[in-house]
Design a protein around this ligand. Structure first.
Ligand code: MG
Length: 163
């Protein structure tokens, strides 16, 4: 059975993962409003992925006799300055989440909670991917500047994202 401290810390992380999903859904809708359906698609797949992250923690608590307590989510922003602004925010957000995952891992080590440590190894690797993806797109958008044809090419590319 999972300890109270770890249970509470995981419930906190579930909130952060669900907020990530909420944030990326807000960004997906923003891209719809500025007529970039490929960006919108990429972001809505990302929102689904964040929901699946939350579910990994939910299942972990359920599997170990913990209690899942959902918390209130903050309201995500609904206005952005453009695609680059969005991806710079994604990058900053993922760096913050990486810090939270690392702190959660430290708690799992302090609590000598080995199953949670094993689960968090997956998340530590996942954050490397998340940061890499966000940084790559942000840097490409920086290179593009205000060149519309290049922006449409990126939109087409992002439209092809699978799960
Ligand atoms: Mg996540």
């Amino acid at each position: 059975m999972i300890g109270k401290k770890m249970e509470q810390a995981i419930n906190e992380q579930i909130k952060h993962e669900l907020y990530s999903s909420y944030l990326y859904l807000a960004m997906a809708n923003y891209f719809e409003t500025i007529h970039l359906p490929g960006f919108a698609h990429w972001m809505s797949v990302q929102a689904e992925e964040e929901r699946s992250h939350a579910m990994k923690f939910v299942e972990h608590l359920n599997d170990r006799g913990g209690k899942v307590v959902f918390q209130a989510l903050d309201q995500p922003p609904s206005e952005f300055k453009g695609p680059l602004d969005v991806f710079q925010q994604v990058q900053a957000h993922e760096e913050k989440v990486t810090g939270l995952i690392h702190a959660l891992y430290d708690t799992a080590v302090q609590e000598n909670d080995k199953p949670a440590q094993v689960l968090l190894h997956w998340f530590i690797n996942e954050q490397v991917e998340e940061e890499k993806n966000a940084e790559l797109i942000a840097q490409q958008l920086q290179m593009i500047g205000d060149q519309r044809p290049a922006l449409f090419m990126v939109d087409r590319h992002l439209a092809g994202r699978g799960k």
